[in-house]
Design a binder for this molecule. Structure first.
Ligand SMILES: Cc1cc2nc3c(=O)[nH]c(=O)nc-3n(C[C@H](O)[C@H](O)[C@H](O)COP(=O)(O)OP(=O)(O)OC[C@H]3O[C@@H](n4cnc5c(N)ncnc54)[C@H](O)[C@@H]3O)c2cc1C
Length: 384
């Protein structure tokens, strides 16, 4: 199975859908096909470049062997490494933090230092607090400046999480545990003020002359989603009259979305309310950690671990996202195969993303406005 990042993952969610739809139509007991009548009511996206309010670039911290979650004695400290979550950092953060927790507790600390205030640092800090520890975060950036703040915000626990050859049975077992553990936590965050987490419908679109293209240079990714079929609503193939988009084919999927602005604020507030402290500090090298008063240190520096700890296995995967002015009436996602284009409605705007051809291994953080303008113009084609 090839890569499982966002635009591949969404269509891949739909495996088996056409067989299911066919079974429904052929069954004498169920002669009536399910038709999504609400398709006619989908509000159009006002997709024009003058409505762009923000363009951001960030780097996914990909490790072919998967996230590094292990303890090391270093410069007189008990260091627990916890980084390298590729395109799945938000999705796996709770489960991954719970895998890291026993390594932290093994040092029998009462207070710990967490280096990093992104998805992984914040969530690790919260899990440690819930285990009774006093936590101080040290970081050079905090939300909304961290890379995590620039993510898409979809529950995609298998997105660039490891290369296929490293998906051993042990890895798969741990991944599934992390995915299920995080999924449960996210269900407990539904329906609270600010809607940090929501379920949204989405439409995977394609034309016959647009086979799903793969940006070059990426490794093979394992098919992990097949291990958690019970955590995904069944996709539905739609007939042309059942959707408003100007393409030949459409499937409807349903997926969990994180409104990162309110979700990060929730995490920060919970962290501070539980006695957490945040110290602004940049570490030039790992030796500087020896000066911290805490003996137990959790390294949640994401791609920063490459420079700080010399981890050359970390591969940068560039991603550029753009936001259009929020349209609360747009409550559905779009994934256009072949164009590697997506639109995700969040409370802070409609997030438009198109996968670049040279993103893998690319740490260039400069903004390419033309790329986002082209993505918005392409999106506009769907609405005539
Ligand atoms: C375009 C894009 C879309 C994405 N979409 C999704 C998605 O939909 N769903 C999903 O689950 N994941 C997604 N991801 C992946 C996700 O964003 C990452 O896996 C996640 O952000 C990693 O979090 P982190 O906390 O490890 O790293 P970061 O967010 O980079 O945080 C690192 C922290 O460490 C600090 N730090 C680093 N070096 C130092 C140093 N030397 N001294 C002090 N502090 C330091 C930083 O300041 C920061 O606070 C996406 C990524 C990209 C690029």
């Amino acid at each position: 199975m090839k890569r499982r990042h966002l635009l591949r993952a969404a269509p891949a969610l739909l495996a088996g859908a056409s067989a299911l739809a066919q079974a429904d139509t052929e069954s004498p007991q169920q002669p009536v096909r399910f038709a999504p009548s609400r398709s006619a009511t989908l509000a159009p996206v006002r997709a024009s470049a003058d409505r762009l309010i923000d363009i951001e670039v960030c780097t996914r911290p990909f490790r072919p062997q998967g996230p590094r979650i292990e303890a090391q004695q270093l410069h007189g400290k008990h260091v627990v490494h916890h980084y390298g979550h590729g395109g799945s950092g938000w999705s796996l953060s709770w489960g991954s933090a719970r895998v890291a927790l026993p390594l932290i507790l093994a040092d029998k600390p009462r207070r710990i230092a967490v280096i990093g205030c992104g998805a992984i640092g914040l969530t690790t800090a919260r899990v440690a607090q819930d285990a009774g520890l006093k936590v101080r975060i040290y970081c050079k950036e905090r939300p909304p400046e961290v890379a995590s703040s620039r993510a898409t915000g979809l529950w995609t626990p298998d997105s660039r999480i490891c290369a296929a050859e490293h998906a051993t049975p042990a890895f798969r077992q741990r991944w599934e545990w992390m995915a299920r553990s995080g999924f449960r936590t996210y269900q407990s965050l539904l329906g609270i003020a600010g809607e940090p987490v929501q379920w949204r419908d989405g439409y995977v679109l394609w034309n016959d002359d647009q086979p799903g293209s793969e940006p070059p240079g990426e490794p093979d990714y394992p098919d992990l989603y097949t291990q958690i079929p019970d955590l995904r609503p069944r996709p539905v193939n739609l007939q042309p009259h059942e959707h408003p988009f100007k393409v030949q084919h459409a499937r409807r999927i349903t997926q969990m979305v994180f409104n990162l602005a309110s979700y990060q604020r929730l995490l920060l507030e919970d962290f501070l309310r539980n006695g957490g402290e945040i110290v602004h500090q940049e570490f030039a090298n790992a030796r500087e950690l020896a000066r911290l008063p805490e003996r137990t240190i959790v390294n949640c520096t994401g791609y920063g671990a490459r420079a700080l700890f010399g981890d050359e296995t970390l591969v940068p995967v560039r991603g550029q996202t753009a936001r259009l002015i929020p349209q609360p009436e747009v409550d559905y996602m779009v994934f256009w195969r072949g164009h590697n284009l997506s639109m995700v409605p969040r409370s802070d705007g409609l997030l438009v993303q198109s996968q670049g051809e040279h993103d893998f291994g690319n740490a260039d953080a400069s903004i390419d406005r033309a790329q986002s303008v082209a993505a918005v113009e392409r999106l506009a084609e769907l609405f005539g």
